[in-house]
Design a protein around this ligand. Structure first.
Ligand SMILES: *[C@@H]1O[C@H](CO)[C@@H](O)[C@H](O)[C@H]1NC(C)=O
Ligand SMILES: *[C@@H]1O[C@H](CO)[C@@H](O)[C@H](O)[C@H]1NC(C)=O
Ligand SMILES: *[C@@H]1O[C@H](CO)[C@@H](O)[C@H](O)[C@H]1NC(C)=O
Ligand SMILES: *[C@@H]1O[C@H](CO)[C@@H](O)[C@H](O)[C@H]1NC(C)=O
Length: 796
């Protein structure tokens, strides 16, 4: 029996070889068994993790289902404690300053709300033993997933579609012969279920479907809980339908379609309004039918996903033809055999972003620590929006990989959180403007989170997120967006720091603050020598964020013709922000003093903000800072940094910005060997899953091939020597240039750049080599014409 199974499996490998493009599909010959092997799809709001088993248990999520209502956690002692804490910091008593900060400034309750699951949609087909030719797949170019297998001589298929245009999740069940589909459909949830019902439609009208399953929940979880209502509408062709009040059973159908929606009182003020929206969406979807819903969904997702195509070369022999789980195992020992696995991971990152982050309404929500896929009521780190690296990393690939639309969900949450952040600025610091600390939740709760000196008291989360708005402008060049969306937030962010920063050592500085999440040893000339502390004045990261923030204000004033105090104040503050300091060892200094770090291989690379995502340490701007950044980076790596998937991909982005392609590639291979779970979601070298590493990886591959942050569109800035021949189409550079590049023998062959804006185009190619534009030698920036293309070739 065992032998027979093995033979069958081998036969399928041969049959399936080449069927699934190894740069595009994840596919498997068995069902997923747990969260780490289910396949994630989504429409930017509803997430589904599909296991594909014969008793299917689809994990469903909705991005506004969180563990409770808004909490005002602001500590009323903050403002009065602040002056003493600052003078303690200035006098060198870091330990007492930290103690007082934890006592007086941290949130009155240390935890924001957590992201929670909706529940499960169950499909029982009554198929047990005797299944063969099983395949399960996810298409990273279309964003859908499916299952097929033979049972009782019949080919059964299931297709899963998360539709952005229709706002629903849909499933199509098909069989190779008529009348062969039996399925029992139900929903369940482990906790806080308010009602769980199923009913057969008496009308039998196609509009209403033949039955529906409903699940509502969350009241009872907390007072003022976020409540949800959900419904799966079932439409069968042929066969009979029955219901016991809990589940719907369909017997002997030719086909069955299921349409699902869920709405919450985060977006709708009453149960009636939420249910009306569910009815509206499901009526439209049911009326259109599965094929129309699917076609619209795939047209929408392929419009986004199809904008970029990447070719890093072909894998050896049949390495890329294996099922994904076999590739993941094989890659650990023979990474050089399967370069297409690196391409697949890039494509998967873009799929995950499109699936987890879309503008869905005025209260869209961005991808959190797990995107939108979460099965736990108490997930790792609450599956929040962590603002000291993780939520920002989620959006690093958005603009460069031509997915600007996905960025918009982040800006909606920023609008909501900014109002909260204004209260925090007043209450904690007596300042106007707004502030977030190192986490926010679905309500934009900006109060300090947790209680520890290395991470809690960091007042820079709002400034960093504001820079994402500015980047959206720089990539799209949309001046209306700059005026209407960016400028008010930028002004408000700057306003906070004009009040909050204090003069120390001749500079405007932050404090109490920290270098996320790295503690240091207090030196012998400070109190209490040898203690391990986190809180201090003016860490390098804060200064680099402030440099970018005030620079963005000045840039915006220039673009919009603003020249009052908005401009002069930003200029005078910028002049008094400390530039990154270099220690006696030659590396970028992490803190205001050259403290000894307690963890030489710390996972955060905060002091290199000026390298990535910032601009200060670019080799094109300052060789001295770039060299010091490299020293810092190399030291972190030799100390063991990259210990989580997201940390590893952060290293990749930094090495790309230093134009060190071989380093990028070795960390890329390390990432691919170490961190992907069976479903290729990023982990911290084993669960828990954290999505930032997937996005950081995709960003770094783009940074390796195209950069534009330092005032020049730079083609192949960090091409690894291992990637001799390849091409990329559709990446975007600041100034709204769409860039196609091909290379061979490790050298640029041609690039075609389309100008969507008609602005000036400054260019550089790998290593600063000479090149031509439309046949003429490039000497200085070109004034481009909207819609025109420019062909770049390496000078011979
Ligand atoms: C079953 O049908 C699907 C969809 O047409 C097809 O992709 C798959 O190869 C078929 N399976 C077998 C074993 O023929
Ligand atoms: C479907 O269910 C009916 C009733 O239980 C059973 O007779 C039939 O064999 C089932 N068909 C399949 C294809 O499983
Ligand atoms: C530019 O931004 C405005 C304001 O956000 C928006 O309404 C408009 O659609 C954008 N234009 C383009 C071409 O995206
Ligand atoms: C602002 O700029 C405009 C046009 O460049 C100029 O006419 C005006 O005098 C300037 N205002 C100030 C306050 O400098």
């Amino acid at each position: 029996m065992k032998v027979l199974l093995v033979t069958t499996a081998l036969a399928i490998v041969c049959q399936a070889a080449g069927q699934y493009d190894g740069s595009r599909y994840l596919w498997y010959q068995s069902a997923g068994t747990d969260f780490h092997s289910g396949l994630p799809i989504g429409n930017g709001r509803i997430g589904a993790l599909v296991y594909g088993s014969n008793k299917e248990n689809i994990l469903l999520n909705e991005n506004s289902i969180w563990s409770g209502p808004f909490q005002d956690r602001l500590n009323p002692n903050s403002l009065s404690a602040l002056p003493r804490i600052r003078s303690l910091l200035q006098s060198g008593d870091i330990t007492e300053a930290g103690r007082s900060t934890l006592t007086n400034m941290v949130g009155t309750n240390t935890n924001p709300r957590m992201y929670n699951p909706l529940g499960y949609l169950t499909l029982d087909f009554g198929h047990s033993s005797g299944i063969s030719s099983y395949t399960r797949w996810l298409d990273t170019q279309q964003g859908n997933a499916g299952v097929s297998y033979i049972y009782g001589g019949v080919n059964y298929t299931r297709e899963y579609t998360a539709s952005y245009p229709h706002g629903v999740f849909a499933i199509g069940l098909r069989a190779g012969s008529s009348g062969k589909i039996n399925v029992t459909i139900g929903m369940n949830r482990a906790q806080y279920v308010n009602s769980q019902t199923a009913s057969r439609s008496s009308a039998g009208s196609r509009m209403a479907g033949s039955g529906s399953v409903k699940l509502a929940g969350n009241s009872g979880q907390s007072s003022g809980a976020i409540m949800f209502w959900s419904e799966a509408r079932v439409v069968n062709d042929g066969g009979t339908v029955s219901s016991d009040g809990k589940v719907i059973s369909v017997t002997g159908a030719n086909s069955v379609d299921i349409f699902f929606d869920v709405e919450t009182n985060y977006r709708y003020t009453s149960q009636a309004a939420a249910e009306a929206e569910i009815k509206r969406k499901l009526d439209v979807a049911v009326n259109a039918g599965y094929d129309a819903v699917k076609n619209a969904a795939l047209a929408d997702s392929t419009n986004l996903l199809g904008r970029v195509s990447l070719d890093l070369g072909k894998s050896a022999a049949t390495a890329a033809d294996q099922p994904t789980n076999a590739r993941i195992s094989a890659y650990k020992n023979r990474p050089d055999d399967d370069v297409q696995f690196a391409t697949l991971m890039f494509n998967y990152g873009r799929h995950l972003l499109v699936a987890s982050s879309r503008k869905t309404d005025s209260k869209s929500l961005p991808a959190n620590l797990q995107g939108i896929w979460n099965e736990g009521f108490n997930p790792a780190w609450g599956s929040k929006y962590t603002t000291n690296i993780n939520v920002e990393m989620n959006y690093w690939p958005a603009n460069p990989t031509n997915l600007a639309e996905t960025h918009e969900a982040l800006f909606d949450l920023l609008d909501i959180a900014r109002v909260r952040g204004q209260k925090a600025a007043q209450s904690m610091y007596g300042c106007s403007g707004f502030v977030f600390h190192h986490n926010i939740d679905v309500w934009g709760d900006p109060a300090p989170t947790d209680k520890g000196t290395p991470y809690t008291m960091w007042p820079m989360g709002g400034a960093w997120l504001t820079l994402h708005l500015m980047e959206q402008y720089r990539f799209t060049g949309n001046k209306t967006f700059l005026q209407q969306r960016v400028w008010p937030v930028l002004q408000d962010a700057a306003k906070f720091y004009y009040c909050y920063l204090f003069m120390h050592d001749g500079y405007y500085q932050t404090g109490p603050s920290l270098s996320p999440e790295n503690p240091f040893k207090v030196p012998s000339n400070m109190k209490t020598a040898g203690a391990e502390e986190g809180i201090d004045i003016g860490p390098t990261m804060d200064n680099s964020i402030l440099f970018e923030l005030f620079s963005a204000v000045i840039e915006t004033c220039n673009v919009l013709g603003i020249n009052g105090t908005d401009l002069t104040q930003a200029q005078s503050y910028l002049a008094k922000i400390k530039t990154p300091q270099i220690s006696t060892s030659g590396a970028i200094m992490e803190w205001r003093n050259d403290y000894a770090e307690t963890d030489k291989g710390h996972r955060h690379l905060s002091p290199l903000f000026g390298l990535h995502p910032g601009t200060q340490m670019s080799p094109l701007k300052s060789a001295a800072l770039a060299n010091a950044a490299k020293k810092f980076l190399d030291r972190r790596v030799s100390g063991g940094s990259g210990s989580t998937g997201w940390s590893r991909t952060w290293l990749m982005n930094c090495y790309a910005r230093l134009f060190l392609g071989d380093n990028v590639w070795s960390h890329a291979q390390n990432f691919l060997k170490t961190y992907p779970l069976a479903n290729m979601l990023n982990s911290n070298s084993g669960p828990p899953f954290q999505i930032d590493g997937n996005f950081g990886y995709t960003s770094a591959i783009a940074e390796m091939l195209l950069q534009s942050h330092a005032g020049v569109v730079h083609l192949l800035p960090a091409l690894p020597s291992a990637l001799g021949t390849g091409s990329v189409n559709g990446l975007v550079a600041r100034g709204n240039f769409v860039v196609d590049i091909s290379w061979s023998g490790g050298k640029l062959i041609t690039a075609v750049i389309e100008s969507n804006l008609g602005g000036p185009l400054a260019l550089r190619i790998q290593g600063g080599a000479a090149f031509t534009v439309n046949g003429s030698p490039y000497l200085s920036p070109i004034q481009t014409v909207v819609g025109s293309t420019y062909t770049i070739a390496r000078a011979i």
